[in-house]
Design a protein around this ligand. Structure first.
Ligand code: PLP
Length: 390
């Protein structure tokens, strides 16, 4: 079969591939500890489940508005107003089938052939691929390990030219757990204002930031960028709803209209049942989110302690999300491998521990460990690695 060039150039998402490999080994009866999966192990809050059941019983089973259920747009607008000093109208909210589809639609709306899009590495695997799918050219600006992987606006200035249209930022960062402080976000906003770039800010992990760090959003600086700011969020991580597929964006009404036009020819709208669940999840947020945050914080400590015990491994303390991104270059000689793909392969083959190599995120020499798994599994996986490297 002759496939279109855009598909031939595309790789399967490496994080999805790692997850599938772990599932395959489990199906063979092997007890794999999967540090690769980027999803919460918690159940969706009960009230959200109930709300979905009710939506089914109420026959919410027909096509509804492309923009999303009015009640969910209102709930999300209200949530921004509650969390920040912001006034948000429901017409500024776009809802789609997960944050990934929101970002895909955004790239289709904002990026044309040959347009440059700036993004920091280590990056979430999907950003550059979505830019390419829109015909754009991703321009990667590395964040430094010695800056705790926090992207620096000053490094991006040099990368801007007349073809640059969009800058994508993500905080807390997948895969490093870095959190971009407010002062740095202001610098990025200023850079976008000066060079007329649209800032796409992905804050899908906004609720998982460990004190004293705190999440800062450019949404509060919207007046400086006018229609050149889009903030993307998702119910996936916040409410442990990855499989339900509900994500959203805060943008100007004109951009939301453009996104809806595109969406009317793709997924039409996010599932009604999932949207009904999201409304209930937002209403119960004060109960569910703090408990998850506390648990992640404990796991982060277990993870860091375990990783720092491994000879040849060094690890910065992540401030948010549920990932660590240790440097494993010190293991190459010991394991007789030449890169972090080799390290990940040996971890899987010899210790049945699954991780994602840094190459997937544009940052070789590292591995991404998710700590969104139960503490006993965490401890077991780390013990296996300690034994392997002993
Ligand atoms: N953005 C980032 C940084 C992510 O890590 C993810 C998922 O892993 C997403 C967006 C998309 O998540 P979803 O499509 O489940 O909302």
């Amino acid at each position: 079969m002759r496939l279109a060039k855009r598909v031939e150039q595309l790789e399967m998402s490496p994080t999805v591939s790692v997850m599938l490999e772990a599932q395959r080994l489990r199906a063979e009866g092997k007890e794999v500890i999967d540090f690769g999966a980027g999803e919460p192990d918690f159940d969706t809050p009960l009230s959200a489940q109930e709300s979905a059941h009710q939506a089914i019983r109420d026959n919410l089973s027909h096509y509804t508005a492309t923009a999303g259920l009015a009640a969910l747009r209102e709930a999300l607008a209200g949530r921004y107003e509650r969390d920040y000093p912001l006034q948000v109208a429901p017409e500024q909210i776009f809802i789609s089938a997960g944050g990934k589809m929101v970002l895909y639609t955004l790239m289709q709306a904002l990026v044309g052939p040959g347009d440059k899009v700036l993004l920091a590495s280590p990056y979430w695997v999907t950003f550059p691929e979505q830019v390419k799918l829109a015909g754009g050219v991703p321009e990667i600006v590395p964040a430094r390990e010695e800056d705790d992987f926090v992207p620096q606006a000053a490094d991006f200035v040099r990368a801007v030219d007349s073809r640059t249209r969009v800058l994508i930022l993500n905080s807390p960062v997948n895969p490093t757990g870095a959190v971009i402080p407010g002062a740095e976000i202001e610098r990025f906003v200023e850079l976008c204002r000066k060079h007329d770039l649209t800032l796409v800010f992905d804050e899908c992990y906004e609720k998982f930031v460990y004190p004293p760090a705190r999440h800062e959003t450019p949404a509060v600086l919207a007046d400086r960028l006018g229609d050149r700011l889009v903030v993307v969020g998702s119910c996936s991580k916040t409410f442990a709803m990855t499989g339900w597929r509900v994500g959203y964006a805060l943008a100007t009404p004109s951009l939301v209209r453009a996104l809806n036009k595109l969406q009317s020819h793709t997924v039409t709208h996010a599932s009604n049942v999932a949207q009904a669940a999201a409304i209930a999840a937002i209403a119960a947020e004060k109960e569910s989110v703090p408990a998850m945050l506390r648990e992640y914080e404990k796991r982060r400590a277990v993870m860091l302690d375990g990783l720092r015990r491994l000879p040849g491994v060094s690890c910065r303390e992540p401030q948010g999300a549920f990932y660590t991104f240790p440097n494993v270059t010190g293991l190459y000689e010991r394991l007789k491998v030449k890169d972090s793909v080799g390290v990940a392969r040996q971890f899987l083959d010899k210790a049945l521990v699954s991780v994602v190599p840094g190459e997937a995120f544009g940052a070789p020499g590292h591995l991404r460990f998710s700590y969104a798994l139960a503490q006993d599994s965490l401890a077991l996986g780390l013990r296996r690695l300690e034994e392997l490297l002993a």
